[in-house]
Design a protein around this ligand. Structure first.
Ligand code: AIR
Length: 177
């Protein structure tokens, strides 16, 4: 393996349809200046691709894996079963159960093989990238600097006084887009 500071983050997802959510991870990682590898990998539809990816991840200089999947979301857990690289799971918001199925599939891993589980949907995708950045930052001063700067700008963006005319603030001021 190369020096730790060169470690990449892999962002994998079960389907092209997950990209709408997972693109938010990619945006954050880009802001942090972290090299990224992306792939569609389905634990159910492409099991051999999943196995190959997880088996080779360490040799491919991947330091953290973010895996997004929906429904019976086995991808993060199965990848974590094959590699000891930290795996962060993003439960995709499914149509039928609004992502509760994805969340439980990812979070309820029996002891022995861990998956760091984030929130359902967009919040999870953003936080997975922030958490991956924090892990990479342990050995990368430049990522640490960018991450701390990003957090400071978020803090500064939160106004102290309430604007009672502003009611369409579900996503704040879109600072992550
Ligand atoms: N999925 C694909 N293979 C295994 C799973 N769990 C998930 C995808 C996606 C959902 O199935 O991660 O969230 C629906 O995929 P599609 O391709 O039918 O849109």
């Amino acid at each position: 393996m190369k020096k730790n500071k060169d470690l990449k983050v892999a962002v994998v997802m079960g389907s092209q349809s997950d990209y709408k959510t997972m693109q938010l991870s990619l945006k954050i990682l880009k802001k942090m200046g972290i090299k990224v590898e992306t792939k569609i990998i389905s634990a159910h539809r492409t099991p051999e691709r999943m196995y190959e990816f997880a088996k080779m991840a360490s040799k491919n200089n991947i330091g953290v894996i973010i895996a997004g999947a929906g429904g019976s979301a086995h991808l993060p857990g199965m990848i974590s079963a094959i590699t000891s690289i930290p795996v962060l799971g993003v439960p995709i918001e499914s149509k039928k159960l609004k992502g509760l199925d994805s969340l439980l599939s990812i979070a309820q891993m029996p002891k022995g093989i861990p998956v760091g589980t984030l929130a359902i949907g967009e919040d999870g995708a953003i936080n997975a990238a922030l958490l991956a950045s924090a892990i990479i930052a342990i050995n990368s001063p430049s990522v640490k600097k960018k991450l701390n700067r990003w957090r400071l700008s978020q803090t500064k963006s939160v106004k102290k006084n309430l604007n009672k005319n502003n009611v369409k603030n579900k996503f704040g001021n879109n600072w992550w887009r």
